[in-house]
Every structure is written in structure tokens, then in C-alpha cells.
Ligand binder design. Structure first.
Ligand code: DON
Length: 593
């Protein structure tokens, strides 16, 4: 049950967070007549970058209350993983559009003290009863949105297992200490801010459709007001169990039985076996040496994330075209970026899938020999054409996420992206549990022949297969210089995550922009299909757009390309955290009391 209270006394730390949120809200603006919008744009945005400096550790997230939870964990001696996990649980309460325990995500970490790094995959899995034709059959029988909303759109959640595994492997504080703040936020409640209100307003058509969603967030069926206190009793109950007993009950036992029975009552296909079988996977992170031999290396996420592939391949193609040289002319660099992305996204869409269900040739796809051979497909004159990039496969054509960055006082660094897929995921809360489920099944090639929510064209390699993980664009990344952490970043925005993370890396590493400017700078996007170059609205009158237009590219506008959160260790050891002006959030250092 979720209850709202009005004008309730609030804790001092929460009050501080609200004041900080309000500070961001004052500089937020909404956009009128947005072109080509999807869920990823439905956020309250700040008009300036928010950044903060400190030296004893720093936390960045899209929600101020969650950031404060992480800062407290660091202050009490927790490490970066403890803090990131605590922030992720807090976001499941205070940032329900994307923060979750009913979704999944990816994490990369680097621990300089122990000279180790890791990657964790807690992506959702298709239920065992799912099969490639499922969503086509549902579409043909009058349910075209089954992969995008409602109970059938949800994969088996990975977040509880992933967050627990991260803590078990790399955390240090007691588990209860990590989860308890989220229990308190759920049971004591927190004041609804402008951002949550805006997103609930954007999702209100679903409130009419899904009773559990309506009962969860729309008291008496209407939008709450700013300052109303949102109490989530059922979610708090589940989180208390998790705080006390770990995540085992989520996957086995009474809670698991409740989840499966509610899902099935609502017409879903989960079984107890699906939950019992779920494991978060520790994977080898992919090291990508920056092609300009500057000593910069990336720690990137392997499949089923497409982070390492798209970022690694694009950097190589840029180098082959001489476009990593900052002296190159801007329009030529942009055209080279589009052409590189065209090839990289074609490989992403046609060759990447779940490594647990099929061999994924990532090493080959990132090898020098392969990249040289494939670069023959780069056009000799601009623009290229997506139809000229063969897929080697039968031609079957076919946005909400949030990022956390933490660096602790010992330099341990975490970059974690988690998602429900689009705004409030499936828009279906498992009755009696407060758990909002994901709509990640749409990230598969759900209905062959029909592009997904992000207009990505899907192929057989990413078909719905029982027990498989769906391909993802989430790309938490850490950038090293001479083996030491330089900065870490991640984004939300579906496939635009990949282009955003990549462009911030180029801005910082090649163009020498500081992190604040690198995050704020206008970005472009291309993803093979649709064969268009997306520009942010702000650069509508920009020279670059005009030059790409005159080169013959088909140019379209989006309100924004991705939303990036980042942290950096500055040369003197100081830490800076940055929140993209395209979103709200809080970067906060650990400061002495
Ligand atoms: O994993 C993916 O690629 C998508 N589910 C991510 C969705 C997303 O970033 C929506 N963002 N705001």
C-alpha cells in the first residue's frame, strides 16, 4: 500500500535534500513543442550544469535524497560499492520512474588500493515460457504493446541479485546498514518534488489503465502535489525483509511465491523456476586502449551491454579517419562520427546478444584486423548510406534509466546504470509488494519487423529466447590515465547512452574540455537506422548542423541527446561530480561535520 500525507514533519537530512532539489528546480525549464520525443525526455531539467568538489569521496545521482544516502555511507567509512548500492536502493524509493528493485542494470568498478576491477551484469532475463514469436502473436491478437507495458513486458528482475552480489564481492559495511536508509525513506515517506510530479503527470494516462500503478502514485486517483509526503508501506515491507534476510527471499520462498502468483493472476508468464534460476553475473570488464596512444584506457561493459562494442569500435573508426585529431575541421569530425556510429550500431544490432545464450564474438569485433577490414565500408565521400552497410543476416527490420557515480576516499570508483526501461517501466506494480516492474522485454527484438521503443532495428541474435538477457545500450564506463582512475561516467537515454558517453569521453580526452563543459556540450546522435543525424534543439542554428545538412545528411531534432552523470579525480586529488544540465540531480562530496 502506498499512502500520501500532507505537511508532515520531515527529517533534517531530507529537508536539506529538498532544499537542494528546489535549488535545481528553480533553474529547471520545460520545453514546448518538442520534436521526436520519447520517455527519456520527460524530465525536469536544469538549465545549468550542477557540479560539486570535495576530496574525501563524492556521490552523484539523479535524486538528491539518494545522493545524501550515499554520502552518509561514505562518511561512516563505507566504500564506493557500499555507497553505490545504498544509493541504488534509495532510488528505488525516491526515484521510482527508473530507480528500482524490479528492473536491472550494469556496474563497473575499479579499486586502485587492491589494483583490481570488475564488471557486474544484473540485466533482466526473459521468463522461461517466453519465445521468439510471443509478442508477434500478442500483437496479432490485438495487444501490440505487450512488450512495452503491463505484466507481460517485464523480464525477471536482476537488481536485487545484482546489488547484493556487488556488496558481497566488494562492499564492506554490514548489509543492513546499506539497505536501511531505503526502508526508512519508504516507511517514513519523503516529500514529492517537482521532478517526480512532472513525471507522474507525463505517465498519467497509464494511471487510468493500471490500477496498481494508480493506487501507488495517484492518491484518490489524482496527481499528488509538491510537498505531499509519499509513504510506500508495501515497498518498505519488502525492503525490510531484504535488509534483514538479504535478497534470497526475493528469488525463493514466500516473497517469490507472492510475486509469481500476482504476475500470473494478472496474465503474466513468470514461474518460480524463473526467479530461482536468476543469477547476477560477474564479467570481465573490457579494457579499451585509446587509439591515440595517450595512455588513456577505458573500462567498459561487455555484452549483453553494447557499451564496449559501440564505444570501442567508434573510437577506432574515428582514428582511422583522422577524426580524433582536434585540429580536424568540425564538420568533417562530425561526419566521421556519424559514419563510425553507422558501422558500430550495425554490428551492435546484428551481432550482439546474450553471451549466456549464444557465442558473442566481442574480442573479434574489437580486434584491429576486423576493424581495419570493416573500415573499408566507411564511405569515400559523405554522406554514407545505412543501406550500404550489409548485415550478413536476413533483412528483418524490425526510454527509464538512471546512473550513479561514486569515488571514495581511497579512490575506489563505481559507475552503475540501472533501469526499468521506459518511464515507470511496465507501469504495473506487483499488488501488495510496492514493486514496480520493468518493461525490458521490449529491448529484445520483440516483434521482428518492428523497431523498438528507441527505433532500434532488431535482429535474430536478440530474439526473445527463454531465459536470455536482452541486449542493452547501458554503458557504465571508467576512464583511466596511466592506469589510475581519471573519470567515470554513464547516462540514460536508450541508444543515446552510447553516443552521449562516447562524446563526453571525446570532449574530455581529445578536446581537453573540463568535465563540466564536456558533459554540457551539445551532442549529436546516429544509430544506423533510422538513417538520420539527430541534433539537440539548442544547436538548431549551429554551423555544424548547417554543414552536415549541406553535406547531404538527413538531420532531425531531439530535445536532448542522453543525460550524463560523471565524476573525476583532478590532478591535485580533488574530486568533482557533475550532473548534466539536461537533467536534475545532486553531486555531493563528503564534508567534515
Ligand atoms: O538497456 C537499455 O538499453 C534501455 N532499456 C535503456 C533505457 C533508457 O536508457 C531509458 N532512459 N532514460
Amino acid at each position: 500500500m502506498i499512502r500520501f500525507f500532507f505537511h508532515r514533519k520531515i527529517e533534517a537530512s531530507i529537508a536539506a535534500a529538498v532544499i537542494l532539489s528546489c535549488a535545481s528546480i528553480f533553474c529547471c525549464g520545460s520545453q514546448q513543442g518538442r520534436p521526436d520525443r520519447d520517455d527519456t525526455d520527460t524530465d525536469v531539467q536544469a538549465s545549468t550544469v550542477h557540479s560539486a568538489l570535495g576530496s574525501e569521496g563524492i556521490v552523484v545521482s539523479e535524486d538528491s535524497m539518494a545522493t545524501l544516502v550515499g554520502v552518509e555511507v561514505l562518511r561512516e567509512g563505507g566504500n564506493a560499492v557500499d555507497a553505490a548500492v545504498a544509493v541504488a536502493f534509495a532510488l528505488a524509493v525516491t526515484f521510482p520512474e527508473a530507480g528500482n528493485i524490479g528492473g536491472g542494470g550494469f556496474l563497473v568498478m575499479h579499486d586502485s588500493a587492491r589494483d583490481m576491477e570488475g564488471a557486474l551484469d544484473f540485466r533482466e532475463k526473459a521468463p522461461l515460457a517466453a519465445y521468439p514469436e510471443l509478442y508477434t502473436i500478442l500483437a496479432d491478437s490485438g495487444n501490440p504493446d505487450a512488450s512495452r507495458e503491463g505484466v507481460l513486458s517485464s523480464g525477471i528482475p536482476g537488481s536485487p541479485a545484482g546489488l547484493y552480489t556487488a556488496w558481497e564481492e566488494w562492499g564492506s559495511l554490514p548489509w543492513e546498514r546499506i539497505v536501511n536508509p531505503s526502508v526508512e525513506l519508504a516507511l517514513d515517506g519523503f516529500p514529492v518534488g517537482e521532478g517526480l510530479l512532472k513525471r507522474l503527470s507525463d505517465a498519467s494516462k497509464y494511471a487510468a489503465k493500471y490500477r496498481s500503478f494508480r493506487e501507488g502514485f495517484y492518491p484518490n486517483g489524482v496527481l499528488p502535489k509538491v510537498g505531499d509526503i509519499l509513504i510506500q508501506e508495501d515497498l518498505g515491507g519488502v525492503l525490510s525483509i531484504v535488509a534483514k534476510d538479504g535478497v534470497e527471499p526475493f528469488y525463493r520462498g514466500a516473497l517469490a511465491e507472492k510475486l509469481v502468483s500476482e504476475v500470473r493472476k494478472a496474465g503474466g508468464i513468470w514461474t518460480l523456476e524463473d526467479l530461482e534460476n536468476y543469477r547476477a553475473e560477474i564479467r570481465d570488464p573490457v579494457r579499451i586502449a585509446f587509439p591515440d596512444r595517450s595512455g588513456v584506457e577505458l573500462i567498459a561493459m561487455p555484452p549483453p551491454s553494447s557499451g564496449a562494442l559501440v564505444i570501442g569500435q567508434t573510437l577506432a573508426y574515428l582514428e582511422f579517419q583522422g577524426a580524433l585529431d582536434r585540429r580536424a575541421e568540425n564538420a568533417r569530425r562530425a561526419a566521421a562520427l556519424v559514419e563510425s556510429l553507422r558501422l558500430a550500431f550495425a554490428d551492435r544490432n546484428t551481432k550482439l546478444g546474450d553471451p549466456g545464450s549464444m557465442p558473442v564474438p566481442l574480442t573479434e569485433l574489437l580486434s584491429h584486423a576486423y576493424l581495419i577490414e570493416r573500415s573499408a565500408m566507411l564511405p569515400s565521400s559523405y554522406p554514407g548510406d545505412s543501406r550500404s552497410v550489409p548485415s550478413d543476416l536476413p533483412g528483418r527490420e524490425s526510454d527509464n534509466t538512471t546512473h550513479i557515480c561514486v569515488i571514495d576516499r581511497n579512490g575506489m570508483t563505481v559507475s552503475l546504470t540501472t533501469t526499468l526501461n521506459s518511464l515507470f517501466g511496465s507501469k504495473w506494480i506487483v499488488p501488495g509488494t510496492g514493486i514496480l516492474l520493468n518493461n525490458q522485454m521490449d529491448d529484445f527484438n520483440a516483434v521482428p519487423g518492428k523497431p523498438n521503443l528507441y527505433k532500434l532495428v532488431g535482429y535474430e541474435v536478440n530474439d526473445v529466447k527463454p531465459g536470455a538477457r536482452m541486449l542493452s545500450s547501458m554503458a557504465p564506463t571508467i576512464v583511466l590515465k596511466e592506469g589510475e582512475v581519471w573519470f567515470a561516467l554513464g547516462a540514460r537515454g536508450g541508444p543515446r547512452i552510447l553516443t552521449s558517453v562516447l562524446q563526453v569521453i571525446i570532449n574530455r580526452c581529445i578536446d581537453g574540455m573540463n568535465l563540466v563543459d564536456a558533459v554540457a556540450a551539445p551532442r549529436i546522435h546516429h544509430q544506423w537506422y533510422p538513417d538520420a543525424v539527430y541534433f539537440e534543439k539548442e544547436v538548431e542554428a549551429h554551423e555544424l548542423r548547417k554543414s552536415l545538412d549541406s553535406l547531404g545528411y538527413h538531420v532531425e531534432f531531439r530535445p536532448m541527446v542522453g543525460k550524463v552523470l560523471a565524476v573525476e579525480r583532478l590532478p591535485g586529488g580533488e574530486l568533482i561530480g557533475v550532473v548534466d544540465p539536461r537533467t536534475c540531480g545532486l553531486a555531493m562530496p563528503v564534508v567534515a561535520r
